[in-house]
Design a protein around this ligand. Structure first.
Ligand code: GAP
Length: 431
């Protein structure tokens, strides 16, 4: 079997999950576009995260901060000074590498002759306003977290939450990575799902353990086998400048274990630094005890592209049906881009009106697809490859008994269900 990554990357292109960006111009440096199925999968991953982190909890609220922020934010956060990777040039082939990723040997030409490492800042710079000058410089945010810290007081005042409580945010971040790669695993533009959990300082370790457990559970609940996940503590020399302890949730990608999400103990680093740089007091006043303190922060920070990639790799499967190879994505129902495909048995003018009627019954409840071209077997295969959990077939008997056949992607079981009961039938089976 070819490498699983290759199979999944090919399926992503063929079926419209992920396309290379600006492909008609030859693509653009590890940037990707999400196609018709990819945009649905991405949205479902983000919805599942929001549901678990915000909707189903009463201690976390959401925000959506701007990508462009005051440049002082990035001085206070430490990113201007320390958000760097060690960059080296190969003197032989002139290729540029991250020194900590190549173990002294150029992956392109095998030479060990490099320039001395220099600190390369990963933030993308831009200019705000019509005239470019020193004071017009702004940065595209390299993490969504800072939008949360600078809104700490606003959110406390507006929501009246008390520590322990969290603020969640999903959105685009940008890093001028020296060596992006592995498809959507490491890109220069990507989406993050981050939550800053503000706690009394003495409770920081307790909540760190708690969030490590919760975040591992989120991935297994959505179908990643526990054996493909692990929690790995950072060594002291790996820690980000703001963290005193980080554990990564790692997935076993075909190329080895890689980070899906980091859970960091950021202490009071960010609030204290923003208080210093902005001159505002960023504290919590506990009216009950009369105590005033700067909360500590525990931060689970995940990436959308990386988890999509892990969900796709874990879901990819091949089996045999009726002597023919079948490729399928065993995606959790909640993540599946299309929930139900409506398929008239054949393209026939007697079947189409009833099939369209079934589609209209289902559309308000589920993401559906209607397909009447090609043989029914081929259409089933197309839906299996897209990860669609159910195919609803309208046949000539439907015209008499007002019932349809529901085929299950995983078990291939076929149930006859009356059109009146179809929405309830499918809803009960949605995980
Ligand atoms: N606020 C903390 C923070 O940003 P991080 O470990 O640098 O921590 C969090 O990033 C997550 O964002 C990572 O675990 C990963 O899933 C995702 N991520 C980071 N850089 C990425 C990149 N270049 N491409 C895709 N995802 C990335």
């Amino acid at each position: 079997m070819p490498d699983l990554t290759e199979l999944v990357v090919n399926l992503c292109k063929r079926r419209g999950f992920v396309f290379p960006s600006s492909e008609i111009y030859g693509g653009f440096r590890s940037t990707y576009d999400y196609g018709p199925l990819g945009v649905l999968l991405k949205r479902n991953v983000m919805d599942a995260w929001w549901r678990a982190m915000v909707q189903e909890r009463d201690d976390i609220v959401g925000i959506d901060a701007a990508v462009l922020m005051h440049p002082r934010v990035w001085e206070a956060s430490g990113h201007v000074e320390t958000f760097t990777d060690p960059l080296v040039d190969c003197r032989n082939c002139k290729e540029r590498w991250r020194e900590d990723q190549i173990e002294g040997v150029c992956p392109k030409c095998g030479s060990s002759d490099f320039t001395p490492a220099r600190a390369f800042n990963l933030m993308f710079k831009t200019n705000v306003g019509p005239v470019e000058h020193e004071g017009s410089i702004a940065y595209l945010r390299p993490e969504t977290a800072q939008g949360i810290f600078v809104n700490f007081l606003n959110v406390v005042q507006a929501s009246r939450k008390k520590p322990p409580f969290g603020i969640a945010q999903m959105g685009k971040s940008f890093r001028n990575e020296i060596t992006p790669g592995n498809f959507i695993f490491r890109t220069r533009e990507f989406e993050q799902m981050e939550m800053e959990y503000f706690v009394p300082p003495a409770e920081s370790s307790k909540w760190f353990e708690y969030w490590c457990g919760e975040r591992m559970r989120w991935y297994t609940d959505l179908g990643i086998p526990a054996g493909k996940l692990r929690l790995r503590d950072h060594d002291a020399d790996e820690l980000s400048h703001y963290s005193v302890g980080t554990a990564d949730v790692e997935f076993e990608y075909p190329w080895g274990w890689g980070e899906l999400e980091g859970i960091a103990q950021r202490t009071d680093y960010d609030l204290t630094r923003h208080a210093e740089f902005s001159g505002q007091k960023l504290e919590y006043f506990d009216q009950a005890s009369g105590e005033r303190y700067v909360p500590y922060v525990v931060e689970p920070a995940g990436g959308v592209g990386r988890s999509m990639m892990a969900f796709l790799l874990a879901a990819y499967d091949e089996d045999e049906v009726g002597g023919e190879k079948r490729v399928l994505l065993r995606l959790d129902h909640r993540l599946a881009p299309i929930k139900v495909a409506v398929l008239p048995l054949s393209k026939n003018e007697r079947l189409s009106p009833t099939a369209r009627e079934v589609l209209h019954v289902l559309q308000p409840h589920f993401m559906c697809e209607y397909d009447e071209t090609q043989s029914i077997g081929r259409r089933y295969r197309r839906q299996d490859e897209a990860g669609t959990p159910w195919c609803v077939t309208v046949d000539f008997e439907t015209l008499d008994d007002r019932a349809v056949t529901v085929r299950d992607r995983d078990t291939l079981a076929q149930d006859r269900v009356s059109i009146d009961k179809l929405v309830d039938h499918l809803r009960e089976r949605l995980t």
